[in-house]
Design a protein around this ligand. Sequence first.
Ligand SMILES: CCOC(=O)CCc1ccc(S(N)(=O)=O)cc1
Ligand SMILES: [Zn+2]
Length: 262
Amino acid sequence: MNNWGYADHNGPNVWHELFPLANGERQSPIDIITTAAIHDPSLPPFNVDYDPSSAKVIMNSGHTFSIEFDDGEDKSVVRGGPLHGSYRLRQLHFHWGPCDDYGAEHKVDGRDYPGELHIVHWNSEKYSSFVDAAQKPDGLAVLGIFLKIGEHNVNLEKITNALDDINFKGKQSSFTNFDPSCLLPVCKDFWTYPGSLTVPPLLESVMWIVLKDPIAVSSRQLSRFRRVFSTTETDETESCYMAKNYRPVQPLKGRNVRASFL
Ligand SMILES: CCOC(=O)CCc1ccc(S(N)(=O)=O)cc1
Ligand SMILES: [Zn+2]
């Protein structure tokens, strides 16, 4: 398996060949069974404090597209919820599927959403960099927000309008003055559990905070995600669209999922 992807020959079912953590004890995503989630009244709300000037570039990795933030100082952080201390904003990206019926990574009671936003942070109080934190069990915190099909999302427009500049793998373009909190639902109820990166290297360093309520995006906006290319502009193999980039749900292996709400 040369380099990993989401096709049959290099997708989630064979990632374990190069990344043995794929069969680890705290893998993500998971199916959140709401009746099994434990309401923890001691869980405080999480708080985001983002400075729009932290946003720097939007880029196409070939696996997703992401907005990268300046994480050289504690300008944009998340605190509270299950977290001890503050976690610094690093990047945000999305996962989606080939149609509007599925494509999110986490599930709720077996239910599929058509997409999922991940806002990635690292523990800058204990560790010196994202890469260092990514190796530690309490190194990362990712906010997961489900996408559902509904009204046009004006806050997503700035992102979808920038996709023309990064249509091919390896492209990046300036992307400034953006506060990701505009993509959070009004209700901040969440589930939380210890998990992993959902892409190789699948490191088991993520405290997941999955919001209960989805945000609405239009079918047209989501269809624009699928027209991003997973190949470079000059790739000799035929160009192929980033039609899907979600990992199937993984075994819970005895982990507890806590709910911030009753
Ligand atoms: C150590 C280098 O690791 C990386 O660059 C991983 C970046 C990365 C961060 C978060 C996620 S997700 N889907 O679990 O939110 C995937 C990949
Ligand atoms: Zn992700």
